[in-house]
Design a protein around this ligand. Sequence first.
Ligand code: ADP
Length: 339
Amino acid sequence: MNIPRLRLQHRWQWKKRRLPLRLRLALWSAGLVLVLSFGLLLYISLIGLALVAGLGGVGAYWLAGMALRPVRKVGDAARRISANTLDTRLAVGGPKDEVKEMADTFDAMLERLERTFEAQGCFVADVAHELRTPLASLRTNLEVVATDSDATLEDYQAMAATQERALTRLERLVADLLLLATSEQPLARCEVTLGTLLEEVIVDLKPVADVQRVICRLNNEVDVVVNGDSSLLTQVFSNLVENGIYYNHPGGEVVVTLDQKDAWAVVTVADTGIGIEAEQRPHIFERFYRADCSHTRRHKGGAGLGLSIVSAIVQQHGGKVQVESTPGKGSTFTVLLPP
Ligand code: ADP
């Protein structure tokens, strides 16, 4: 076997199979162009991608800014708001989306706060006004007697009687104000047997009823137990019965009836007194409202807080208070309390 001969033959076959130079060059160039175009394409795509991402980011930022502008407005407004600028409103327009809903809620909250602050302001002014009258009376009386060198014992006694009335008004006003403050505190609830509570109210007010020559009685249909604050409920019915006694005629009556309807306790306090004019009825539960009835007021010495206390306590218990009245014939107050 001749091995060198075989090797020569193999090299010759290999040379024979090699592609022509031009074709090889063409193929190389095509490959190079392909690689270059691919690289260029990649480069362009990357730049495009970066551009799109950049533009997208700017756009998203702008859109988010637009969408969050009302939110920023709410924040700015909240920072600026004080007790003196509660009339500020955001008044966000546009579509009804979450942001508008939030701004509207904020405006509604401001409205409620504004009304509460206004009411507080009026309340403070009313309290000051109510305090001023008895205090002025105390000072005037003192000055008159103190500067009168001929003042007699009778003058001093008359002054003492006036002072006593003024002090009674002050004491009552302070007690009513304290009660109003209490009616805004959480309730100390327990089971309250209304029949017993109403009996006690009538017994406690008997001396007042006797002086006014008014008969008070309890008409107990059923005994009802409610879940409430017994001392506050006592105050509710004391105020109603006391009004029934004072805004009455000698020989008149106050009848308290206890009943139950759909598990609710129903207490009516009906009197045969002077009644309440239709135009006054919507206002009697307002703080410091008094119908023009100077004679009764002088005797009762109320500051127009009694019924607002009743209303506040009943509402706190989740109940309702209503009034029906016929001027000249009498009034009926109905208190409904949930079980
Ligand atoms: P006041 O201390 O003046 O009695 P209230 O809040 O208890 O205050 O009552 C408010 C007003 O409602 C009274 O000034 C009175 O004019 C009227 N009123 C209340 N209860 C009766 C009643 N039973 N009969 C007639 N008028 C009443």
